[in-house]
Design a protein around this ligand. Structure first.
Ligand SMILES: Cc1ncc(COP(=O)(O)O)c(C=O)c1O
Length: 410
């Protein structure tokens, strides 16, 4: 078979306006083409150290343990839960979308006694519900999403953080969909472990998952620390707690690997570390409040545009994420046909939806590199055309005009 049988990679470029992944920042793609280094090369260890420091700023924390889990965002969720949960632990999981169900499923696999609190998709939990549930169930761990892209809702966390701290429960937060785009104040909100991914507001590719954990979580994890037999030195002692039931996601081992001990574990995903470091650098260069404001402005422009052409937004307006928008698919419109028209004729991808929202809403992301005027205008323009094709009556051009008015570029 000839070596170029399939030809070089040359996909038609797409504008990725779904709930993630989105187009990566050019600077991130550039960083990813940097030549590899050995994982214990002092230069590489310095890049690891810098990456921790950059993510401390992004997570708004002073946590010493701020590192990357190698894998997509889900890998850090698994790492956090499998490292925190000892079989039989009571774990409370508020579910307001698909990613709450994911935490229930992972916690059960870890042997937890799970209490799932559910609310209708499109809403979030009031603090009183948490208060009651924490008091009644006395969980060891609470695991919750910040923004759930499946419903486009963002759960306020500050009160829950205070409650967990007061009652000595550990709070794990999945901030995959919000980190770098909405406020995630790890220390101020008393969040014990927080994790994310790169492919949303951080404007990178999927495949690396930043995670931070504080001393409370460290204590629990270190008590379960076991050193691999092949690495053990005389005098090395294992922790008293039960062995963490995953080797790859054993945060005690990952911490040893990231620490000055540099104890061998996995081979760090060099190129993904370069990407993660560059994502954080780009975000901090803009400064966090600037990044949050840019995301909110892009969503506002998109939303004004959608409403100007007669579309209705999904979910509780008080709790919408400011980087992903849910849109009700109008009666009589074939939502999947609209999505394929956008992709095939305009090279624009928007999101479908899951579970109870399947076929009911589209989801459009305005995140990272794409939280800018041009992607918003292009998406609205293409959407107008796709809807007109299905005889949806709309004032052609009003969507883009309304978005331009938000940006002040009439
Ligand atoms: C809130 C949330 N958690 C977890 C994930 C899973 O991320 P990944 O596909 O990178 O594993 C997503 C992806 O959309 C998400 O939005």
């Amino acid at each position: 078979m000839s070596a170029d049988f399939f030809g070089e990679l040359k996909p038609t470029p797409r504008l990725l306006m779904g709930p993630g992944p989105i187009n990566a920042y050019p600077a991130v793609l550039h960083a990813m083409s940097t030549q590899l280094l050995g994982q214990f090369d002092p230069q590489f260890r310095e890049y690891m150290r810098q990456t921790s420091e950059l993510y401390r700023a992004i997570f708004q924390t002073r946590n010493r343990w701020t590192l990357l889990v190698d894998g997509t965002a889900r890998s850090a969720i698994e790492a956090a839960l499998v490292s925190l949960i000892q079989p039989g632990d009571k774990v409370l999981v508020p579910v307001f979308g698909r990613f709450g169900h994911l935490k229930v499923e992972i916690a059960r696999r870890c042997g937890a006694d799970v209490v799932a609190l559910e609310t209708e998709w499109g809403s979030v939990f009031p603090d009183e519900v948490f208060e009651k549930a924490v008091r009644r169930h006395k969980p060891r761990i609470v695991a919750v999403s910040h923004g759930d892209t499946s419903t486009t809702m963002a759960q306020p966390l500050a009160a829950l953080g205070a409650m967990c701290r007061e009652r000595d429960a550990l709070l794990y937060v999945d901030a995959t969909a919000t980190l770098g785009g909405m406020e995630v104040a790890t220390d101020d909100w008393n969040l014990d472990v927080v994790s994310a991914g790169l492919q949303k507001c951080l404007g990178g590719p999927p495949g690396s998952a930043p995670l931070t954990l504080n001393e409370r979580a460290e204590k629990r994890i270190v008590a379960r620390r076991h050193i691999e037999q092949g690495l053990k030195k005389p005098g090395d002692k294992d922790g008293e707690g039960s062995v963490i039931r995953s080797n790859y996601f054993d945060l005690a081992m990952v911490m040893d690997y990231w620490s000055d001990k540099a104890l061998n574990h996995h081979t760090e995903a060099t190129t993904m570390l370069y990407a993660a470091r560059e994502c954080a650098r780009v975000c901090l260069k803009e400064k966090l409040p600037g990044a949050f404001a840019r995301h909110a402005l892009a969503s506002r422009a998109l939303r004004e545009g959608l409403q100007a052409i007669g579309l209705e937004l999904f979910g509780d307006p008080r709790h919408r994420m400011t980087n992903v928008t849910g849109i009700l698919i109008p009666q009589g419109i074939d939502g999947e046909r609209v999505r394929s028209t956008l992709l095939e004729r305009h090279n624009i991808e928007i999101g479908t939806s899951f579970g109870p929202l399947h076929g009911r809403i589209w989801r459009i992301g305005t995140m990272g590199y794409n939280a800018r005027p041009d992607p918003v205008y292009a998406t609205l323009d293409a959407l107008e055309e796709a809807l007109l094709q299905q005889n949806f009556s709309l004032p052609r051009g009003d969507g883009v005009r309304a978005a331009r008015a938000v940006y002040g570029t009439h």
